[in-house]
Design a protein around this ligand. Structure first.
Ligand code: 9MR
Length: 385
């Protein structure tokens, strides 16, 4: 009698337990279906999947993005904090706080750590090019400042940072040298010197040249010529980074492939760096937007059409375009050593503020809530094929 009444009391509890277990299974099943495996594992045999980290992520304040970075990416690059203006804002005053945290984070999580960037005309502090009297520095003084900067930064992370963007964006779309301060003062030799100093500071680090709009014929030829010259002079250069700031229209995939092949023919690695896919209208319809921060346009409402979300047709075009590019990267996986997304999620992206400030763009693989977009699963399936 007593046993029966205990059983009666127990049955609803048992049913509740079974229902809860079923619910838990179906939820985890759903998440498994939605996100069967993580990007980095699927791409492991093909190339490193990297992401850029910002200061909020590096310092751990943006916990949910950091979780995505750990889960999905096997390589990291600092979006801003290793640039010369940040790391040596005044001559001889090095600020390594964030860079140290960035490198420690990569080490703790077994990630390939890439350094960006040693010599770049943009964001270089003004003092670099000015002497004590306020005049332009001599070639000798600029060389000395470059040497000290590179030795100090590369030397600090010797054996810990896998590779460096030694020189960034030194060639224009027509293949000529950018008339930067470095070029005005030292001529094209500044490139050779930068690679030489980086190699001296860490003989085991891989050294790369990195630039945008690399599918432009002129730039392709200019970069090939420059790299050949470095090689002929016995300067170590291990790879070329093709920044992937693409849009739904530009560049043509065939032109991108042509550059990948031309670079790989030089006997160096090819990397797709800074990948993001803008869906917003460009102020310059007929050409690739590039990534020159000084090229920008005023805000107009018509230029910000997706404030409330992406229409299905645009999401489909976005997926199709990402898939086409990844098909290309996979086709040439023997040449491509890394593909790096320029940010973890859409809210982090510089594209929300360039070339027009204050827009809502959707260029990355994770949405503003750090949820994987459908493209993540599509890329995983593509890589598994
Ligand atoms: O994404 C970066 C943005 O947050 C910075 O304000 C900007 C200036 O330092 O640099 C952006 O990153 C650039 C990269 O370092 C080099 N290639 C072009 C990128 C976009 O401008």
């Amino acid at each position: 009698m007593q046993f029966r009444s205990t059983l009666h009391q127990f049955i609803p509890v048992l049913i509740g337990f079974i229902c809860l277990s079923l619910l838990a299974c179906s939820t985890s099943g759903e998440s498994i279906n939605r996100n069967p495996v993580v990007l980095k594992d699927t791409f492991q045999e093909k190339f490193v999947m990297g992401t850029a980290l910002n200061a909020w992520q590096i310092t751990g304040r943006d916990t949910s993005s950091i979780q995505i970075a750990k889960e999905h990416f096997s390589g990291i690059v600092a979006e801003n904090i290793m640039k010369s203006g940040r790391i040596q804002p005044r001559e001889g005053e090095f600020n390594f706080d964030l860079a140290d945290q960035f490198v420690e984070f990569g080490e703790e999580n077994n990630m390939q750590i890439h350094g960006h960037t040693l010599i770049w005309h943009s964001q270089a502090p003004r003092w670099f090019f000015t002497d004590e009297e306020g005049n332009e520095v001599s070639p000798e003084l600029l060389t000395e400042r470059m040497r000290k900067h590179i030795y100090t930064v590369v030397g600090r992370y010797k054996g810990r940072v896998h590779s460096w963007d030694v020189v960034n964006e030194a060639i224009l779309d027509d293949g000529s040298y950018r008339k930067s301060k470095f070029h005005q003062i030292l001529g094209k030799d500044f490139i050779k010197l930068a690679f030489q100093f980086a190699h001296e500071a860490d003989p085991d680090a891989e050294l790369y040249y990195n630039d945008f709009s690399m599918s432009q014929a002129g730039k392709r030829e200019g970069v090939v010529k420059m790299v050949k010259e470095l090689q002929e002079e016995g300067i170590r250069i291990d790879g070329i980074g093709m920044q992937g700031h693409i849009s739904l229209e530009h560049p043509e995939i065939e032109a991108f492939e042509k550059s990948m092949l031309a670079f790989s023919d030089l006997g160096v690695q090819v990397m797709v760096t800074e990948l993001d896919l803008s869906v917003l209208p460009s102020p310059w319809r007929n050409r690739e937007a590039g990534a020159n921060i000084s090229d920008n346009a005023d805000y107009e409402d018509r230029m910000n059409p997706y404030k409330d979300g992406l229409p299905d047709s645009v999401s489909q075009a976005f997926d199709k375009r990402y898939l086409e590019f990844f098909e290309l990267f996979l086709k040439h996986q023997d040449k491509v050593s890394r593909v790096t997304l320029w940010g973890v999620n859409d809210s982090n992206s510089w594209k929300n503020n360039w070339p027009v400030r204050g827009r809502k763009d959707y260029p990355l693989l994770f949405d503003r809530e750090n949820k994987a977009k459908p493209i993540v699963e599509k890329l995983i399936n593509l890589a598994k094929q």
